[in-house]
Design a protein around this ligand. Structure first.
Ligand SMILES: Nc1ncnc2c1ncn2[C@@H]1O[C@H](COP(=O)(O)OP(=O)(O)OP(=O)(O)O)[C@@H](O)[C@H]1O
Ligand SMILES: [Mg+2]
Length: 221
């Protein structure tokens, strides 16, 4: 049996647009116990992420300091806000105990605070789920520091080779995750295990799970 990523670990999800990265990222998020705050970095105004606002305990991230109260905080940004994002991430790095959900990690490639979080995130208790379309679009640390990967169809052989350099995947494994499916392979790097993920719960079920868990944690504050 494969383990699932634990809430102190880093997961990198890779796949072309529409493959299911955000859905699966939200599924992984729904497994967290919400014992500390979650910050979602939303570059694209993803409609599924914005739907989270319907859940009690989901708020807009404001200011530059990480929140102290449990809950989900959505930080919507664009590529002009890099200095601000860098400052927020720097504060997250120093504060620790924040769960990060980065919906388009390529936007973070040049942000130095994010590199520090990737390198020292475990000791500072900053578990991270990050999503990216191609390995070449992100910092090397997004790969070298991840304990788990979830990989969807990858068309470019060079990209497949890069991923294989960080995981126990073999070239023939990619045939198990063809294009036009939402199939993926989840890899536990430390244990060298891999498993095919064929489908996930409906998004409604994922949202219900998040709502239930948040209700318990947010009310406790
Ligand atoms: N496991 C799944 N089973 C069935 N349909 C899925 C699954 N995952 C995703 N989908 C469908 O694919 C669509 C795209 O999924 P998602 O938004 O997660 O892709 P993405 O990889 O994040 O794309 P982008 O890179 O454009 O953000 C969803 O709206 C949903 O309709
Ligand atoms: Mg997405």
């Amino acid at each position: 049996m494969i383990r699932l990523p634990q809430s102190d670990q880093r997961l990198t999800i890779i796949g072309k647009t529409g493959s299911g990265k955000t859905w699966h990222g939200l599924w992984h998020l729904s497994r967290f116990d919400f014992s500390f705050p979650v910050i979602i970095f939303d570059l694209k105004g993803d409609e599924n992420i914005l739907s989270l606002y319907e859940i009690r305990g989901v708020k807009k991230f404001e200011g530059i300091k990480p929140p102290k109260k449990n809950g989900i905080y959505i930080l919507s940004y664009n590529l002009d806000n890099f200095a601000y994002i860098n400052q927020v991430l720097k504060n997250i790095y120093y504060t620790g105990h924040i769960f990060l959900f980065i919906d388009e990690a390529s936007s973070m490639k040049q942000i130095s605070s994010f590199q520090n979080i990737l390198i020292q995130g475990r000791s500072r208790v900053i578990p991270t789920i990050q999503m990216v379309q191609r390995p070449s679009n992100v910092s090397r640390y997004a790969f070298s520091e991840a304990e788990f990967f979830q990989i969807f169809f990858i068309s470019d052989k060079r990209d497949r080779d890069i991923i294989r350099g960080f995981t126990p995947l073999k070239e023939q494994d990619y045939q198990l995750i063809p294009s036009e499916t939402h199939r993926s392979i989840m890899v536990d790097v430390d244990r060298g295990k891999k498993i095919i993920v064929k489908s996930i719960d409906s998004l409604d079920k994922i949202f219900n799970t998040i709502a239930l868990k948040l209700r318990k944690k947010v009310n406790k504050i």
